[in-house]
Design a protein around this ligand. Structure first.
Ligand SMILES: C[S@@+](CC[C@H](N)C(=O)[O-])C[C@H]1O[C@@H](n2cnc3c(N)ncnc32)[C@H](O)[C@@H]1O
Length: 249
């Protein structure tokens, strides 16, 4: 997933078009795909990259040595920043995991300076915008209807244009802009496409791990029949992105 999150982070940062010399906060930095994109493209004054996972924070910190970046373990519900201290508060591919989204948005807004910007994005699972995930679950459901319960499109119904717009509206945003951002996911052949599904981490690989060897072959054959056994596999990966501002009171 890291390859695609780096590609989409670069496009998202272009779309956000934040001013240079801004102070940024990132929630759920993971391995630092968006952190790096902000540093490379926006000339920030600073970026504090946070994640609830100490392992991810340590990994991102080891990779990114830019002195404008700092790193901290923190949950979206309790940001380690003073009120009204930041220009842009952002997150990439995180909001679908946050149980109380409205509380997280209020916390993002708390740390924003007047006129500041909240900007974030999530994969478009419900719109079947994640082509390679969608192909996987469609093929799995044909041989095991129970697999549908694990499909991200059912687990993350919030990840739609209207879901993001409603979150911002309910959070009292004065101006909201929502956009679809798409990148191409390209695998040189079917084996390269299939390999990540055998690595065990995440819902689809976890599902593969739970199957008997026969069922794995059945699923792999079904997918290969749909995508082609030779030649590149090229599918879209689409995210919904939101920008929100609040009128200065
Ligand atoms: C799918 S990863 C995305 C990582 C990175 N932003 C990217 O674009 O590659 C989701 C990240 O959100 C973090 N996360 C999930 N819930 C969180 C929460 N409530 N507060 C802070 N981080 C959270 C996870 O630890 C994980 O690193």
């Amino acid at each position: 997933m890291g390859r695609w999150s780096r590609k989409i982070a670069a496009k998202f940062v272009d779309w956000v078009a934040a001013p240079s010399q801004a102070d940024w906060l990132e929630i759920g930095c993971g391995t630092g795909a968006l952190t790096q994109a902000v540093l490379s493209a926006t000339a920030p004054r600073s970026i504090l990259a946070t994640d609830q996972s100490a392992d991810f924070v340590a990994h991102a910190e080891a990779q990114i040595t830019d002195e404008r970046a700092s790193f901290k373990v923190a949950d979206a519900a309790n940001l380690p920043c003073a009120d009204a201290s930041l220009d842009v508060v952002t997150s990439a591919l995180v909001f679908n995991f946050i149980p109380d989204k409205q509380a997280a948005l209020a916390e993002m807004r708390r740390v924003l300076r007047p006129g500041g910007l909240v900007a974030f994005y999530v994969w478009d699972y419900p719109g079947r915008g994640m082509g390679f995930i969608d192909a996987f679950w469609k093929a799995a459901a044909e041989i095991d209807p129970d697999a549908l319960e694990l499909d991200e499109s059912a687990r993350f119904p919030f990840c739609t244009e209207s879901g993001l717009a409603k979150l911002c509206r309910d959070g009292g945003a004065s101006f909201t802009e929502i956009a679809a951002i798409e990148v191409e996911t390209r695998f040189p052949d079917f084996d390269a496409f299939w390999h990540p599904f055998t690595l065990g981490a995440g819902p689809a690989p976890g599902y593969v791990k739970s199957l008997s060897a026969d069922r794995v072959h059945q699923l792999k054959d079904n997918l290969a029949g749909k995508l082609g056994k030779s030649g590149p596999v090229v599918l879209p990966a689409r995210a919904w992105a939101a920008k929100a501002r609040w009128l200065v009171e």
